[in-house]
Design a protein around this ligand. Structure first.
Ligand code: DC
Length: 227
């Protein structure tokens, strides 16, 4: 676990990385609320960029086109809503298909570089909780606390299934499981900022934890690091 930059003059950051559908977004948002910190859902940036590419007819393999687009788009967060060039896209970017497209463009190093400062710009007082795949390794390597939040693939697929059914969508558990495993493999195998558990990150396996227990654990680690 990192007790990182307590002496630093930069606002504190809690970096929460982990695989798809691990619940890290829910935990990160609740930790941020509890501490009165800002919250960054970095996956939403990749999802919105993939959506912008789709709208603009830029191929997911066209790295230069993606970089140009990433520099041009206007992105704004308001609670769970995400505005892409002024239009609410929160629902469209959170589908399984949008997640797959985000994971594909996220493997492009030049695109990641183009989105780096945009993410760092969320670091404001009194602090930031951010979740993603490379929050602790690349975006905020000096984070005050780094957490690797995961759960078994079966448990993650079940959670995603329940979420989709509750929202009134069709879902197939075995397809979801396969999809999650494919996406994790792509996010972990890429050369640019792969998903990894860092040596200085605290492991939080939520397979048999409630959301409240996971949130309490992160808050305890953070406060212990402050002592
Ligand atoms: O966290 P998420 O499922 O919303 O992220 C969607 C995809 O975006 C994920 O499969 C990989 C990519 N991503 C990334 O490469 N780096 C991040 N910091 C966040 C997301």
């Amino acid at each position: 676990m990192s007790a990182g930059n307590i002496e630093s003059s930069l606002p504190p950051v809690i970096a929460i990385d982990g695989p798809s559908a691990s619940g890290k977004g829910t935990v990160a948002a609740l930790v941020a609320r509890e501490l009165g910190f800002h919250y960054l859902d970095s996956g939403a940036i990749y999802r919105a960029a993939a959506h912008a590419a789709h709208q603009a007819g830029v191929a997911l393999e066209d790295e230069a086109g993606l970089v140009g687009l990433a520099r041009r788009i206007e992105l704004r967060f308001d609670g769970v809503e995400v505005y892409l060039n002024g239009v609410a896209v929160g629902d469209v970017i959170r589908t399984e298909e949008a997640g797959r497209a985000a994971s594909r463009i996220a493997a492009r190093p030049a695109l990641r570089a183009a989105l780096l400062e945009r993410q760092r710009a969320f670091r404001h007082l009194p602090g930031l909780v951010s979740d993603g795949r490379d929050m602790g390794s690349v975006v905020f390597p000096d984070a005050t606390l780094k957490v690797y939040l995961t759960a078994s693939a079966e448990e993650r697929a079940k959670r995603r299934y329940k979420q989709l059914i509750e929202k009134g969508f069709d879902a197939n558990l075995s397809e979801l499981l396969q999809d999650l495993m494919d996406r994790d493999a792509r996010d972990a195998a890429r050369v640019a900022a792969p998903l990894q558990q860092l040596a200085d990150a605290a492991l939080l396996d939520t397979t048999s934890l409630t959301i409240a227990q996971a949130v309490a654990r992160v808050l305890r680690w953070y406060r212990e690091g402050m002592d």
